[in-house]
Design a protein around this ligand. Structure first.
Ligand code: 3EB
Length: 343
């Protein structure tokens, strides 16, 4: 380990059970930040994905640690954030019932304040975004709500002068059953390296049949997190080949296709430097549309990876709708490996 200094901060992440992650704060000061999966429990350093947990080990959290000693927290408009001066984790929750605005406008507002947060903190580079929208597939007055979200999101990226096509951050966008429009974001000191999937059309190049404005995300992003480590952030990945959904109505085949896509993204990432990632090592979140499909999806993962693989053991299963009504499952993930990115 190199000595801590003022000019850099190493980022580290660990996946824990919810009780273990909460215990970190009772043994001294709170960790930098965490993203919880399950019912929210009002801990300021742990914004939560408000969805039903379908896995047997219950609620989990990804806890992020930094090596810089001082953590500051605050709000910028509607965004809450924590930062050590190098890394920033932010959260936005907008309740449509009280906001009285359409989803396109709300997404636009959320992202405007997200970019304002980064500008004010001087932490410019988005590494990863997690989006959660109530009723994602419902009609929002002539346009599906996910497509409305895409309108507001892309508009905010363009207004802020941010890369909305090549160079867009890694992201996921899921439909939750209760709660607010929620955006969680991780930013850092350097622009990550975007990675695409050769089996899929880039989402920012989807044809207009999927909505008037394309989704704003790269398939994955590679980030130097210090101390000789590279993080791979893999966006929400589903049973899409080219730009089309494949295996309609077949959750097992959709899961197999999703694993092929994850492997293709990992292969593309592994070609970008000396850090070598593997499917079996991912810390993933599996979003399942129909809770009754959970065992089928778990069976495919276990069969493909083995019961002892870290990915099998660490996987969190959440009930969520996917951004296309014909998709039954989606997997997003992160993983860390020692190495360097090719210059
Ligand atoms: C897909 O491949 C599935 O709108 O931010 C995956 C990841 C998906 C991110 C987003 C959407 C998003 O198109 C959906």
């Amino acid at each position: 380990m190199r000595a801590q200094d003022e000019t850099s901060s190493h980022l580290r992440v660990e996946r824990l059970s919810l009780p273990d992650s909460l215990a970190l704060a009772t043994r001294g000061k709170a960790p930098f930040a965490a993203l919880g999966y399950g019912t929210p429990h009002g801990v300021a350093w742990m914004p939560t994905v408000n969805a039903r947990v379908l896995s047997p080990h219950g609620a989990m959290a990804d806890v992020w640690h930094v090596s810089a000693p001082h953590i500051e927290s605050g709000t910028t408009g509607i965004a809450r954030w924590r930062t050590d001066g190098h890394w920033l984790l932010g959260a936005i929750d907008l309740d449509e019932a009280t906001e009285q605005q359409g989803l396109a406008e709300l997404a636009h507002r959320a992202y405007r304040d997200l970019f304002k947060t980064l500008d004010q903190a001087g932490i410019s580079h988005l590494q990863r975004i997690w989006n959660y929208l109530p009723r994602i597939n419902a009609d929002g007055g002539g346009l599906e709500r996910y497509r409305q979200f895409n309108l507001g999101r892309q508009e905010a990226f363009l207004e802020a002068g941010r890369a909305a096509f090549e160079g867009a951050p890694a992201a996921c966008a899921l439909g939750i059953h209760q709660g607010a429009l929620s955006v969680r974001f991780l930013a850092g000191p350097q622009a990550p390296l975007p990675v695409e999937n050769p089996r899929q059309v880039s989402a920012y190049r989807y044809p207009e049949t999927y909505g008037p404005r394309s989704p704003t995300f790269s398939r994955a992003a590679l980030a130097d997190i210090g101390d000789g480590n590279i993080a791979l952030f893999i966006s929400g990945t589903a049973s899409i080949v080219g730009h089309e959904t494949v295996h309609h109505g077949d959750v097992r085949e959709q899961t197999r296709e999703t694993l092929r896509n994850l492997q293709a993204v990992i292969d593309a990432a592994n070609a970008r430097g000396s850090a070598k990632f593997s499917l079996a090592e991912l810390d993933c979140v599996v979003y399942v549309r129909n809770p009754s499909d959970t065992e089928a999806v778990r069976g495919i993962l276990e069969g493909a990876l083995g019961a002892d693989a870290p990915m099998t053991r660490h996987a969190v299963y959440l009930e969520a709708d996917i951004c296309r009504s014909d998709l039954l499952v989606e997997i997003e993930a992160h993983t860390v490996a020692a190495g360097q990115l090719r210059a």
